[in-house]
Design a protein around this ligand. Structure first.
Ligand code: TPP
Length: 589
């Protein structure tokens, strides 16, 4: 066995696991790992400006590549800064390994500088959080971390490395030929349950397939679309499943839900009699009122994690399986049971509502209406564009209006919703898919949460476009005024001293070496987008298009059906039905 620095061995394990990109911020307690990393020809390290930015950048990288993301920090606040990113990964099933330095083991309980019990802090937001105290365990602990992060429902792992452990030099059990990545099984579906699921689809009159983020993660979109086409079943992805089927596919039924949804999808959903959820969570912003949502319809729930079945409600059939394996098995079984079906009345109904129950987007208003901004984006960007968005009214509009055609091309930190996610996640997405155009769609407030990471993109020449819907108004939170009948406009306002629209975001970009342009008229949006794409590619830095938007807060959600109805064609009976799903905060018992 070779004698080596243990951190050299750890870096070799990471290389052997296929790591090419790592994000992080160095500090005294993690320098031995950095020393080893500096010798790697395979792993490129990107120094971020904040450890939260590092976790989100790694997260964006993983969402486009499927590979495990790596984020590194020192002891103390570095780890605590990562907690939001870990939580985001756990919530959205993103495999990531965060590595923290730690004070030496002999001073851990002696008021040592930056010695915090990060393992205990990280436990609720990771699949596994571990401090390695015995250097001999390092290589296998890292192997195990890669396995746990990817196995079953993927998620994050945190490994805490005390300084003395990092500094050890010893005979180390590392030989890639004798011990590569640890194998793990993907759960296979039970054939009887698969048969039953296909039978239920064949017996239903108005079935719906509902892929969630699990279908994207399992790279199972092709199988999904093939099955849907064979059986002629409409597909309604959840918000996290956006991109699982192209939005111009004849079987695309739109997204159901309270916020990021289309009305035709809600209307069609309420007419359905069977819903087959695959890798989805039945999140409350999707279901709304569960009594209305469930109604008399039947449900099949397919998930890789047995603990997800019956978590929110008991389906008529629960099936534990990897999404891809389940869809493959359903396709085989469906082919055995029936030839390819022709579109029937139900598919025609989808087509009818999909082409009539549309929202208006051709507003000419100044300040710009978000609906118009998304119309311009949809016209301008092609189907290979990767969109990245986080949380806010602008993101809800994005869910409603932004067209997506391919899996891994619409990234959103759906369950945790941490403001600021976009700027770093765009860096990771562009590094993971350098040939694609990456577009971060941000609110002004969200942008300002982690805008310092623009400096990282400039430093490493990572070009992408940011489209900001600037209302300087914290629009989503102001909706609380409607719910709680309150007025907190003063505290939420953050107009700058010289401006009624917050800070000068264009100057912020320029100060860091990036580019920016402000747009006030909807007719100028396309030109600005064209400029941003070209300029960012030429200069190899991010370019911002800041669109000055209206201060309208109630056009996006069911809280404001009256407002939406001003812009939309009416549809008999849909107000009450959609209102129950779309409106109000749902209760769960
Ligand atoms: C880390 C974090 N803090 C607070 C919130 C609550 N929050 C959600 S949206 C929002 C305002 C977003 O404003 P902006 O980005 O300008 O978008 P808008 O809603 O105006 O479109 C806030 C404060 C959050 N989601 N994440």
């Amino acid at each position: 066995m070779p004698r080596m620095d243990v951190m050299d061995a750890v870096v070799k394990v990471m290389e052997d696991e296929g790591v090419e990109v790592a994000f992080g911020v160095p500090g005294a307690a993690i320098l031995p790992l950095y020393k080893a990393l500096s010798k790697s020809k395979q792993i490129r390290h990107y120094s971020v400006r904040h450890e939260e930015g590092g976790t989100h950048a790694a997260d964006g990288y993983t969402r486009v590549t499927g590979k495990v993301g790596i984020n590194i920090g020192t002891s103390g606040p570095a780890g605590t800064n990562m907690i939001t990113g870990l939580y985001t990964c756990l919530a959205d099933s993103i495999p990531q390994i965060c590595i923290t330095g730690q004070a030496p083991t002999n001073v851990l309980h002696k008021e040592a500088f930056q010695a915090v019990d990060i393992v205990e802090i990280a436990k609720p937001v990771t699949k596994w959080a571990v401090q390695v105290r015995e250097p001999g365990q390092l290589t296998w602990t890292f192997r195990e971390a890669f396995r746990i992060a990817q196995e079953g429902r993927p998620g994050p792992v945190l490994i805490d490395l005390p300084l003395d452990v990092q500094k050890a030099e010893m005979e180390i059990d590392f030989d890639p030929l004798r011990g590569g990545p640890l194998a793990f099984e993907k759960p296979r579906p039970n054939p009887n349950a698969i048969r039953e699921a296909v039978e239920m689809i064949l017996e239903a009159e108005r079935p719906v397939m509902m892929p969630g983020g699990g279908v994207i993660i399992a790279d199972a979109s092709e199988e999904l679309v093939e099955l849907a086409e064979h059986l002629q079943v409409p597909v309604s992805p959840t918000y996290m499943g956006k991109g699982a089927i192209p939005e111009d596919h004849p079987l695309y039924m739109g997204i159901v839900g309270l916020q990021t949804s289309q009305r035709f999808a809600n209307a069609l959903f309420l007419e359905s009699d069977l819903v087959v959820g695959i890798g989805n969570r039945w999140a409350e912003r999707h279901t709304g009122d569960l009594n209305v949502y469930r109604g008399d319809r039947k449900f099949v729930h397919i998930d890789i994690d047995p603990r997800q079945i019956s978590r929110v409600f008991r389906p008529d059939l629960g099936l534990v399986s990897d999404a891809k394996l389940a869809l493959e098995a359903m396709l085989d079984t469906a082919r055995d049971m029936t030839g390819g079906r022709e579109p029937g009345a139900w598919v025609e109904r989808v087509d009818e509502l999909r082409s009539t129950l549309l929202r208006k987007t051709d507003f000419d208003d100044v300040p710009v209406k978000p609906q118009r901004a998304y119309r311009e984006m949809n016209e301008f960007f092609d189907e290979d564009t990767i969109f990245v968005t986080a949380i806010g009214l602008y993101q809800i509009f994005s869910g409603q209006f932004q067209k997506t055609y391919k899996p891994r091309h619409y990234l959103c930190c759906g369950q945790a919703g941490p403001l600021g996610w976009e700027v770093p996640a765009c860096i990771g997405a562009k590094l993971g898919k350098p040939d694609n155009l990456v577009v971060g769609v941000v609110g002004d407030y969200s942008f300002q949460f982690l805008m310092e990471e623009i400096a990282v993109a400039c430093q490493y020449r990572v070009p992408y476009v940011i489209v900001m819907l600037n209302n300087a108004y914290m629009g989503l939170i102001r909706q609380g005024e409607l719910t709680y009948d309150m007025n907190f406009a003063v505290d939420l306002a953050y107009d700058g001293p010289d401006s009624d629209y917050g800070i000068d975001n264009v100057k912020v970009m320029e100060a860091m070496g990036a580019l920016g342009r402000r747009v006030r008229n909807p007719e100028d949006i396309q030109d600005a987008l064209a400029w941003a794409v070209q300029a960012s590619e030429e200069r190899r830095v991010p370019a911002l298009v800041e669109i000055m938007c209206e201060r309208e807060v109630n056009a996006a959600m069911g809280l404001s059906l009256d407002k939406i109805n001003e812009y939309e064609p009416k549809f008999d009976g849909i107000e009450e039905l959609a209102g129950q799903i779309v409106g109000g905060v749902p209760e769960r018992d």
